[in-house]
Design a protein around this ligand. Sequence first.
Ligand SMILES: [Mg+2]
Length: 339
Amino acid sequence: MRLRDVGEFGFIDRIAAMVGEDSRVVLGIGDDAALLDLGGPELVAVTTDAMLEHQHFDLTWLEPGEVGWRAASGALSDLAAMGATPVSVFCTVGLPPFWLVEAAEALLRGVAEAARAVDATLTGGDVIAAENALVDIMALGLVPDGQQLTRGGARPGNLLAVTGSLGAPAAAVQALSEWGHDALDHDPRRAPIRARFAHPEPRVAAGRAIALSGLATAAIDISDGIIQDAGHIAERSGVRCIIEAPRIPVAEGVRAIAEELGTDPLPWILAGGEEFELLLAIEPNSAEALASLEEVAAIGLTVIGRVEAGEGVVAVDDSGQVIDLPTGGWDHFWRHPRS
Ligand SMILES: [Mg+2]
């Protein structure tokens, strides 16, 4: 059996099965971050996230500083999904020796700026030589015990809500693929798409406020597409998630790009990754209170579905018909070329 046969998540399940019990581990493998009780007043949240050149980023599409910002933001977004306040970011970079020092510094500056933007610091890491650039981030944060958000608390009768709007990263990738590396540079109508793609803002302040409010029963950040990430909530909570696709807010500029490409933006919205918005399960009567929290109101919160008894996740259209999706989100092994 090969990795591509078990897939990324099948492989993670196998890793989880080989680690032993540890009373300090409050939450281990299988959520956005691990939670450790190290004896302090708050739990320590830890997550890692790696990005590889040609696989997750392309330097003809992004400046080195943007690559660093995005990589750090991916890990910080996982802390946001736990309701944790970031403290430290560690960065291991693998870089080809022919790189200009200025480009390498710019990449690390991007990491440091993303950390500083959420009041954390780049605290350490490692530098190795590599054939293709690699950015591996570990992020560490704190969350008061009992206030943490996890994927596991959704209950039948809950609503599903999403922060912000979706579709921009996938629209950017499609536009860059079809129109070339400068497709988003010169048309001001495409500037918001490029900004969302190159400079995503992890929802750290909103995640913290939501966690402290106690009004959400489950949370995940959308890194692999809303359908797949809702599937993680469904699995960990033992429920079924219904996504009402027409209710999902679409990011500015997405529909215009879809129209120009002559394509339907729905797969971008449902299966596009690296959105770094938060998907929440909430009690039905708390939507208004959550949306009016200052940090949440700043980015918006929209009810886009519901939680039922059962398992799995479906997206439905206006009339409640199940939408057939050509792709199911991101799996690192399945996206590798088959040989
Ligand atoms: Mg995540």
